[in-house]
Ligand binder design. Structure first.
Ligand code: ADP
Ligand code: ASP
Ligand code: MG
Length: 918
């Protein structure tokens, strides 16, 4: 800082001695062998003076000291040549990618020639990546990294080769001579930086601005080669700006207009190619409009010429509803108001430099953003909103135009009861922030005046926090302020739209979309203009937040990224059902279910855009990789273009179930037929349910009881509508239902079990069914759902596996020995039949006495439980409302198709919770 201000003061002194004659013009200067700074070389000055050679911008104008004398002579001559202004001018700006190669430069020249406007001014950026390369040179030199020399040579080579492709004859010779001269000067400057180990802003600005100087010269020569009279303009001769504190500059329109008139008088032309990005201070010191500033240059030029239109050519079809690199579903916006464009660019849509709007807005000059690589796209028009936009068709449009994000932001929260009602606190806070030169991006204050919270760029937060600590030392010590807290690693997400102001419910939709994506909002601000609602979120949540809100306003579809765990019988059937139904869901119900991963215990298959379900079995074989649950979950959830993630656990594994809590916490919805979590340890179950209730993350497990039958949802419906559950009793096992429905008359129990096994109704080891544990788990699930705090061990279970056979080694041995025990059950059956009753293996939740049990019971022949056939389940709810006549749900309660169907309907329930139409 000290260095550059001392340079400027020495420069002011020098400037009066080095004034150029009024008739010199920048063309001459650049065509001369000595270059723009050469007139100062004659001064044998000290090191600082040497620095000044580059620091002082040689101008075609007499400096301020003699300005009045100059103006008189100029004014006289200018009476003859007036600067033509107005609609006959069109301004174009070509970004770095547009002029990235010689071919592209030729293409740009073609576009310029084809524009049939009477007068054209073309603002051009440096070739793509060039400004980054130049900044890198400076960085290397000041870090004393010798490779800066080869890096300069790369810059030279890139331009030399481009020029060789584009130019010939004198044009080529003069450009190359100019280029070599500039490169030598740059090398000298870098050497000075290398020695000092420091680069002043002035040095940096001079060096980096060369990219634009070279591209403008090459482009103007190419246009001239096409037979068009074209001048090139070094905008440092015209554009005068005043640096402001916040790494910004303010154009001096009056001075710039004067200089433009003068320049035009010396270079009258109907086609001008001007450098973007660079300018001078009123003292003629070179400066820049800061990163991406060429858009701003074009807008200033447009305003100075009162042009008909400013066209900004870039590499995308226009302004998208969100950064297309982050949201693939982003859509092109046909039209934006100046305010909307300003808000979008301020909040990070780098398709436009934020300050571009201001100069053109006051003259109502439209800006059109167009894609140089797709001339058929009409682009985005930024202008005053039309009447149409305000009334007619706008009802059909979303009130939100677009979204933009800024990363690398930190929040500062100044908190304390002593702030309430004390005038001047905010002013003290922000003056401390101003003193360290930090840029406040947004502010939010709670109405209690208890805290002021604001966002600054992360790199500035430390200095700001220190300044606040020291400014409020006393208040902190006295306890009037409780803290100055820094929340690092944040991002800002801005929602922009002029019509948001007149549309109620926009913020509600916005916040509910964020809540559904499980995104925590750290701070909120809405300007009085209501053109934008800004929220601060954790940086890691930012892209997900962006996608969630974007899809809420722009996608009619509810899209869910799914991960299927356990592609066995049930999981596989679910995948097949999804395959068969996907198209209908998409077209008729706007639900887009994409399976991003399938994992078994050993192998998993991952996809970035969704697995082709018509071939999932083959794909697992062809492209499966080693299963890794952590990687699997990160893949399915880390996919940023789909805001919602659901994991479907089709296993019966308690290890998989132990992850649910962690997944729900991450905002992943969980759907499962696996009973292990809900019938496992009570404390873990309670934690899971508490989390489910607190968050907007969903946990559905309808298929844990009765497969596809609506058991859990019926119970929920009763409870939520205020009914009181007294008792739930039912046949919950399809296997045991089958066995007892067929165990009658003279049939032997073991024979029926064998038949069930052969028909595939039992587990491979039928003891898993006969032990009753599976039924007990269902009883526990329903008991807990009814509000009882029971453990599995609290539920007495009558096992049908005879005691001596429980330890028998294999399933086959068990089956062989089972007939020895038929006698006991045969007797029970006989007794029941004699009494006009049947045997049924049931689970009971006795809510009144707060217990559960599983046992073999007898029911009268006319009882609904006695009427069952096949492997049906039947569940009776006795409640305060259904007291005399229980509410009965009956139907097939086992089998892959119905279980998968139950899971599928949970998936659809999730989609409707997430906003799919009903
Ligand atoms: P140029 O060099 O032409 O000035 P920029 O890189 O500065 O180009 O700006 C164009 C880029 O801005 C696009 O390639 C795109 O990736 C990015 N961008 C960010 N947000 C948006 C948005 N909302 N709409 C369009 N482009 C955007
Ligand atoms: N070349 C400059 C930059 O990259 C200015 C611009 O292209 O807009 O920042
Ligand atoms: Mg740009």
């Amino acid at each position: 800082m000290a260095l550059s201000s001392s340079i400027s003061s020495s420069l002011c002194k020098l400037s009066s001695q080095n004034a150029l004659s009024p008739d010199s013009n920048s063309n001459k200067i650049f065509n001369s062998r000595c270059g723009p700074f050469s007139s100062l070389h004659q001064f044998p000055i000290c090191k600082m003076g040497y620095v000044c050679q580059w620091g002082r911008r040689k101008s075609s104008y007499t400096p301020l000291i003699s300005a009045s004398v100059m103006d008189v002579s100029l004014d006289k001559s200018m009476e003859k040549v007036q600067l033509p202004k107005g609609d006959n001018w069109s301004v174009h700006k070509f970004g770095g990618t547009c002029v990235g190669t010689s071919e592209r430069i030729k293409n740009v020249a073609e576009i310029i020639v084809k524009d049939d406007s009477e007068r054209k001014l073309v603002v051009v950026s440096a070739m793509s990546k060039m400004t980054d390369m130049m900044y890198d040179l400076i960085y290397k030199a000041q870090s004393r990294d010798d490779s800066y020399i080869s890096a300069v040579d790369a810059v030279l080579e890139k331009h030399r080769l481009t020029a060789l492709d584009l130019l010939d004859g004198d044009d080529l010779a003069s450009f190359l001579s100019r280029l070599h001269h500039d490169i030598n000067e740059i090398k000298e400057m870098l050497r000075a930086i290398y020695i000092a180990g420091h680069a002043s802003e002035l040095f940096s600005d001079i060096i980096v601005g060369h990219g634009e100087l070279w591209s403008a010269q090459m482009l103007s020569s190419v246009v001239r080669k096409k037979g068009i009279d074209c001048k090139w303009m070094d905008t440092r001769d015209v554009l005068i700006v005043n640096p402001t504190s916040a790494n910004q500059v303010d154009p001096d329109f009056v001075e710039s207009e004067m200089r433009l008139e003068k320049w035009f008088f010396q270079n009258p032309s109907k086609t001008i190619v001007a450098t973007g990005f660079i300018a001078s201070t009123p003292q003629n010191i070179p400066t820049t409009l800061k990163r991406d500033g060429s858009d701003f240059s074009a807008a200033i030029m447009g305003a100075l010429f009162r042009a008909r239109q400013v066209t900004i050519w870039t590499d995308v079809d226009g302004v998208y509803s969100a950064d297309p690199r982050k949201v693939t579903e982003a859509v092109i916006l046909n039209q934006l108001s100046y305010q909307e464009a300003w808000e979008m660019s301020y909040f990070g849509a780098n398709v436009l430099h934020p300050r571009t709007i201001i100069p053109v807005m006051q003259y109502g000059i439209p800006i059109v953003i167009r894609n140089i690589f797709n001339l058929s796209a009409p682009g985005t028009m930024i202008c005053r909103p039309s009447v149409d936009e305000n009334e007619g068709n706008q009802r059909l449009e979303s009130p939100v135009k677009g979204f933009a994000t800024i990363d690398n932001v930190a929040l500062i929260n100044v908190e304390g009861t002593g702030m309430a009602g004390v005038p001047g606190t905010a002013s003290a806070i922000f003056s401390a922030v101003k003193d360290v030169g930090a840029n406040v991006i947004m502010i939010s204050q709670a109405s209690s005046e208890h805290s002021v919270c604001f966002a600054v760029p992360e790199k500035e937060v430390e200095a700001v926090a220190e300044a606040l600590q020291s400014r409020f030392r006393q208040a902190l010590d006295a306890g009037r302020l409780s803290q100055v807290a820094v929340v690092p690693n944040c991002s800002i997400l801005a929602t922009v739209g002029q019509r948001m102001a007149s549309t109620p419910g926009v913020s509600a939709s916005l916040f509910s979309a964020l809540a559904k994506a499980n995104i925590n909002i750290r701070a909120i601000a809405q300007g009085c203009s209501e053109y934008n609602i800004t929220v601060v979120v954790k940086r890691e949540d930012c892209i997900r937040a962006l996608k969630a809100v974007h899809s809420r306003f722009y996608l009619s579809r509810t899209t869910i990224a799914m991960g299927i765990i356990g592609p066995g019988l049930i999981g596989g059937t679910l995948l097949d059902q999804l395959r068969d139904q996907a198209a209908v869901l998409k077209e008729d119900f706007n639900i887009d279910l994409r399976v991003m991963g399938i994992t078994g215990s050993r192998t998993m298959l991952l996809s970035d855009s969704g697995i082709d379900l018509s071939r999932w079995r083959e794909l697992i074989k062809e492209k499966g990789e080693v299963g890794d649950m952590h990687k699997f979950v990160n893949h399915v959830h880390g996919n940023h273009f789909i805001p919602n993630t659901a994991l479907v656990d089709c296993t019966a594994d308690s290890n998989v179930a132990s992850h649910y809590h962690e997944w729900l916490r991450k905002g992943i919805h969980v759907i499962t037929p696996n009973k292990k979590a809900n019938s496992g340890p009570l404390d873990q179950y309670l934690k899971l349910r508490a989390l489910q209730r607190q968050s907007y993350t969903h946990y559905f497990y309808e298929a844990t009881v009765g497969a596809g039958l609506p058991i859990i949802s019926t119970l929920r419906g009763l409870l939520e509508t205020g009914d009181k559950i007294l008792r739930i009793e039912g046949i919950f096992s399809g296997t045991l239902s089958y066995i007892f429905n067929n165990f009658k008359g003279t049939r032997r129990f073991s024979e029926v079990v064998m038949e069930a096994k052969q028909a595939g109704y039992t587990e491979p080891d039928p003891r898993d069914d006969l032990s009753g544990t599976d039924v007990a788990r269902k009883v526990i699930i329903l008991a807990r759902e009814s509000g009882l705090k029971l453990e599995l061990a609290d539920t007495p279970v009558q096992s049908l596996v005879p005691e001596p056979l429980r330890a028998t080694a294999s399933a086959d041995e068990f089956m062989q020995q089972l007939p020895q025990y038929d006698i006991d059950l045969a007797k029970q059956l006989q007794d029941a039949e004699d009494a006009g009753e049947v045997l049924r293996y049931v689970g009971v939740v006795d809510v009144v006495n707060k217990k559960g049990l599983v046992e073999l019971r007898r029911y009268k022949n006319d009882h609904p439980f006695a009427q069952l056939s096949g492997s049906d389940n039947i569940i009776a709810f006795t409640t305060a409302r259904y007291k005399n006549q229980p509410l009965i749900v009956r139907g097939p309660g086992a089998g892959a198709q119905v279980t998968a169907g139950g899971i599928f309907s949970d998936v659809l329930r999730l989609a409707s919770y997430l906003g799919a139409p009903s």
